[in-house]
Design a binder for this molecule. Structure first.
Ligand code: LIP
Length: 271
């Protein structure tokens, strides 16, 4: 029998901590939203906000108080390799550009991973009042209620969420890919928050999600949540600095969506 990795507590304790951290960080972003235009860095396709850093600090404080010995990687703090040992992975505001513009589709994502596998995770979308949670071995929930992926089995009846990466370098690839995909499925949607897109697959409101050039913190919690809701998630490609190409589906559509993704739009080398 494989030894439980050192320092890994009971998955229910880990999930409670992840949900508390996601809810507190998300509540901070919501209550401070009048300050959402306090910009640290503005680029062509992205924005870094003071509240990103503050929400990351709120989540980290909750985690360190409970598990002081654990490593933490966050979008705002960076960090080393994610695929070994015990590490918390935080995206304090996923859908930052939506948040910056006052749109409702944003969330806080907190996950804990052991040797590259998510053990527990929570995604909290304060404006939607949706808190998605999962731990290994138990069903995924939304606001405490069990949820499941959709029953859609035909790709032409599917709604698929995707995104344009923040570097904007390969938008020609993405546009060609979007054109190809949009002729084969019912609807393509770009809603701006990977973690929320994946949770909407988990609760059956979408049937699939794909994006190249996102980061591990965008999907760390959602990947487990969709699997514990009966779906599938898959890292298709890896780039520099935790960049990945990723898909999640209701399971029934996984192979047919994956066939449409080949060739996956290339991922820019820079992280
Ligand atoms: C965002 C992702 C979204 C992607 C954006 C950005 P952020 O994460 O959730 O799917 O299309 O380019 O990466 O930066 O808001 O945490």
């Amino acid at each position: 029998m494989s030894r439980k990795p050192a320092l890994l507590s009971d998955p229910d304790d880990l999930l409670t901590c992840a949900e508390t951290a996601a809810r507190k960080a998300g509540a901070h972003a919501l209550h401070q939203s009048r300050r959402r235009n306090e910009v640290i860095q503005l680029s062509a396709h992205d924005v870094k906000l003071k509240l990103d850093q503050e929400c990351q600090a709120v989540a980290e404080h909750i985690i360190r108080a409970r598990f002081p010995q654990h490593r933490i990687l966050g979008e705002e703090s960076g960090g080393k390799q994610l695929d070994t040992g015990i590490v918390w992975v935080i995206d304090p505001i996923d859908g930052t550009v939506n948040y910056f513009h006052g749109l409702p589709l944003w969330c806080c994502s907190v996950a804990i991973r052991s040797d590259g596998k998510t053990v527990a995770g929570a995604v909290y979308a304060p404006v939607l009042d949706e808190c998605y949670t999962a731990r290994i071995g138990k069903p995924a929930r939304c606001n405490g209620k069990r949820m499941a992926v959709s029953a859609t089995r035909r790709i032409e009846q599917a709604i698929v969420a995707t995104g344009l990466n923040k570097q904007g370098q390969d938008s020609s690839d993405s546009m060609a890919f979007f054109r190809r995909l949009s002729t084969k499925i019912q609807r393509l949607r770009i809603m701006g928050s990977a973690a929320l897109d994946i949770c909407h697959v988990a609760c059956g409101k979408a049937d699939g999600y794909f994006e190249s050039g996102i980061y591990l913190w965008d999907i760390a919690a959602g990947s487990l949540i969709v699997e514990q809701a009966g779906g599938r998630s898959e890292i298709l490609d890896r780039g520099n600095g935790h960049r990945i190409s990723f898909m999640a589906t209701n399971g029934h559509l996984h192979d047919s969506l994956k066939e449409l993704l080949v060739p996956v739009p290339h991922m820019p080398a820079t992280s």
